[in-house]
Write a protein that binds this ligand. Sequence first.
Ligand code: SF4
Length: 294
Amino acid sequence: MQYTLPLAPFDRIASLHQRLLAVFGPPTDFVRLDPISQMILAMLSGRTHNETALGVFAALVEHFEVARHRGSWQRLAEASSHELDPLLEGVTHPERKAEALPRVLQEIASLRGALDLGFLHGWPVENALAWLERLYGVGPKTSAATLNMSTLHRRVLVVDTAHWRAARCLGLVPEQTSPERSVRLLNRQLPNGWEASDTEEHHILMQDLGRTFCARSSKASCPFTNVCAGSATPQRTRLLEEWLRDAPPAHALPGAGVKMSQISPLKKDAANLNQGASGAPPPVQTASASAASC
Ligand code: SF4
């Protein structure tokens, strides 16, 4: 008698992840901020280059003496837009952010009695996302970044503009999908065995793809050109899944070895921010912080 073994289900996100790793290499380590600091950084980085957001974040840390006050952002919660405006120079929509930053901190303090998001550590991820997204100025990208990239380190995928752009191009989400809806759709596709560090690494790799190739004139050298659904790539010939199943060894792909720099001005300050964060695990001592721009 002959038995047919069931085929293992093909996981295109896991396979794509391996291709991305071969192209960009493992992401550079970064300092893991406490959840409030990470939320502020994610809000600053909305539609803003990482380097600019990190620079403004560092300026806020210094101006409000956050490190000296053991990581407390209380002074930012009390700041007027008049005080904040000059500090937000360079970020996109500074007037909106000058209103949103103190307001979201006031809401947290009012709802929880303290400026602390450590209580989310034990919550189911969906509930924690929903709680955060009820706060003023917090959308799906900021909520996911707060949970995944901070010391909370929860299993959820962050999707910023660069990541969204690449996901649409590759056909992981329909072309017309909004950034907000993409967060939900991409999170549903995560491999079952993935943990927080996997989702974090995948976000950084997809962000690298979107920035290095999709948003630049280097599209011609993109290793995904022949499967890309983007309108700028009429040479698309194959579906992503089919290509991932039988593509040549990843290390042979053009562009392999490209690595994005994540150097930030936060090296020293960020390491000091976590001192006062209660209810959260200890910080990871690594090289720089991650902005997850959107
Ligand atoms: S082929 Fe072009 S649009 Fe598609 S992933 Fe590569 S750079 Fe981005």
